[in-house]
Design a protein around this ligand. Sequence first.
Ligand code: PLP
Length: 489
Amino acid sequence: MRERILELERAARPLEPGSTRRRHLRNAAVASTERFLRKLATAPAYVEDDPGPGRGSIQGPAQYTGRLFDTPISEHGMPMHEAIDMLERDVVRPGGNPASGGYLAYIPGGGIYHSALGDFIAAVTNKYAGVSFAGPGAVRLENMLLRWTADLVGYPVGAAGNIASGGSIANLTAIATARDAHELNGADYARAVVYVTSQVHHSIDKALRIAGMQEVRVRHVAIDERYRMRADALAEAIAADRAAGLTPWLIIASAGTTDTGAVDPLDAIADVAWREQCWFHVDAAYGGFFLLTEHGRALMRGIERSDSVVLDPHKGMFLPYGAGIVIVRDAAALIRTHRYTGAYMQDAVPDDPADVSPADVSPELTKHFRALRMWLPLALLGTRPFTAALDEKLLLARYFREEIERAGFEVGPEPDLSVVTYRWAPQGASLDAANRRNRAIVENVRRDGRVFISSTMLDDRFTLRLAVLSFRTHLRTIDMALDVLRAEV
Ligand SMILES: *Cc1c(COP(=O)(O)O)cnc(C)c1O
């Protein structure tokens, strides 16, 4: 048996490359990312997909094509350079390029390099970040960053939170917490009411369903001409629901809607929430980190009065995808919904309340050590470059709006944050014709590829959007976007 065990050890040896082999692998990976970064400034922001003959067939093709999706996982693997070639061509290249400053669609992503190195260290050391007993430092680091974020929001001591994988899971965590804090059970759902606007992110509806609450009534509160919730309409809706015997439960405001970047009047909404004893959640997935700027703080006044809030570091902190923060004002409420234990956890001794474990405040147990990707850039750079970049984005959006209006486009409201809406509205054209024309503009711009924009429907109008949030989007990028768009009309 010993012989057989040692034989298996030898066969498994490739799992632990030695230092020479590690250097070879690392150099190849670094060389690939350096090639990527060197070309980034001139690389397209969007590349049409070309999946090749195999198109991901699991069985693989009859003959060798060198394409990733035609290459089944085999018993023996392939050389690193081949793997990297395939990745570059078949994965990194096609589709949007969220690392590009020209990516001005949806809500742009980030990808700061320091975070990549944080991820590298997190993966190599594989610290356990779910339970403080197993990884006290990793948990403390996460809690330290959550406290920093809570301070930014203006929450008092006694708040707790979690670095989840993104805003959707963060919203789900907050909604499940709000449900239990109001002691709602199945029998109550049909009478419970949630207040949002038509502009709320779809992850809210999804979260309500996953939380088992698809029967709750979702009221779309009236919005003003800048797509912001009207606090007076909110108060009226709640009064009407109470009179009808329903149970107003949850108010969800947006601090930066995805469509137009609108920030709901948080302070006025907080007044209503407080008076009506509703849970007040703020979805600041996109806009939250603008709290680092003076403009953002003034605009989001009242956010500190909410019960829970979501902010995405993979948006406003420019982190690579995979980080969304939820913070709940009352730690006990968050813990009540998420703390479970099992016999196999008996060695995980009770925590110091200051060391609350991620597993006790989120759906996850074992988790990626996400705090490191957020801490390393903040530790190395401080907050100043982030604040400057965010202020730059705010101004770039305003600059773009002025210039695109000058080019003859119809523009939406002055942006609250860094999303601009605009459309080509030719004189005398019908709504249908104008919509078709704007759709053609988005498609042409995407095919051109230098910049990548997206669109939405606002009051039945096909509307173009430009969202500035990449740390790589600068004045020259916006000038290029303007050139591309001017050439379309
Ligand atoms: C992006 C976004 C979400 C969803 O966050 P993910 O990180 O993509 O899961 C939710 N709400 C708003 C306002 C957003 O912009």
